[in-house]
Design a protein around this ligand. Structure first.
Ligand SMILES: [Zn+2]
Length: 255
């Protein structure tokens, strides 16, 4: 089995002071490809450093919507420089977060829009974070002439949002919550999606899957999420892994 963790934060030094251990554990568990996702300048730098050291480990660079207040030309310039590293395969995570609202909605939208333009210029797909803001985020994507390919990570919208996202060509990422007992509605939604639009992620160190819920998450636990997806699809885990890994590789432009 070869799984692709399309969203983890091994670059968060507090949670992963020694990311090499987590990477080795992931490889041993069949998670042979990982995307380490930046949320600001320091974490984007660290994502690139980690990806540079390991085959199968990639990086994305960008500014998370909760950091949108720090957006500006210097940050943009350094992120663009970082994005030219050969192991950087996506821009992000950027997006909209109306749950925490650490920056005004208007500032978040501007920050997202500029990053989508940068991603398109750099010919990188974009990894988007969206919390309680699907209407605005999907509307913004729809308004663009030439948006980059988009992955909505940790998808938390409803069925109507999913339909709209699919119509815009988005991929949807799913993680630990897929395994939570009370999330039957999320499993139903996943079952209704075209399989070629689904990818898996852990969002480590957040959102640990069952039976580890509440602990710091690790990419090595992606097989637990894959097993749940296989159950939802009614296929064996090897087949589910093959589909989502192929989807991820196609999206990120990996041969
Ligand atoms: Zn994230």
């Amino acid at each position: 089995m070869r799984l692709f963790d399309t969203h983890c934060h091994l670059n968060m030094a507090d949670a992963f002071p020694e990311p090499n251990e987590a990477i080795e554990a992931s490889f041993a568990a069949g998670v042979t490809q990982l995307l380490v996702v930046g949320i600001d300048l320091p974490s984007s730098r660290r994502a690139v450093e980690i990806a540079d050291r390991w085959e199968g480990v990639y990086a994305s660079v960008g500014l998370h919507p909760t950091e949108a207040g720090s957006w500006g030309r210097p940050a943009a310039r350094e992120l663009v420089d970082l994005a030219k590293h050969p192991k950087v395969i996506a821009w992000g995570e950027c997006g909209l977060d109306y749950h925490w609202m650490t920056a005004p909605a208007e500032v978040q939208r501007e920050c997202l829009l500029e990053q989508l333009h940068l991603a398109a210029d750099l010919e990188l797909p974009a990894v988007l974070h969206c919390r309680d803001a699907h209407r605005d985020l999907l509307g913004l994507l729809q308004s663009l002439d030439a948006p980059p390919p988009v992955l909505l990570h940790c998808f938390s919208g409803d069925a109507a949002d999913a339909r709209r996202a699919l119509a815009l060509g988005c991929l949807l990422g799913f993680d630990g919550p897929l395994t939570y007992r009370r999330n039957a509605a999320l499993r139903e939604l996943v079952a209704s999606l075209p399989r070629e639009r689904v990818v898996l992620e852990t969002d480590s160190p957040f959102l640990a899957p069952e039976p580890h819920r509440g602990k710091p998450n690790s990419p090595a636990w992606l097989p637990l999420i894959n097993a749940k997806l296989a159950e939802v699809w009614g296929v064996d885990p090897e087949e589910a892994a093959e589909v989502t890994t192929a989807n991820a590789r196609r999206f990120f432009g990996l041969p």
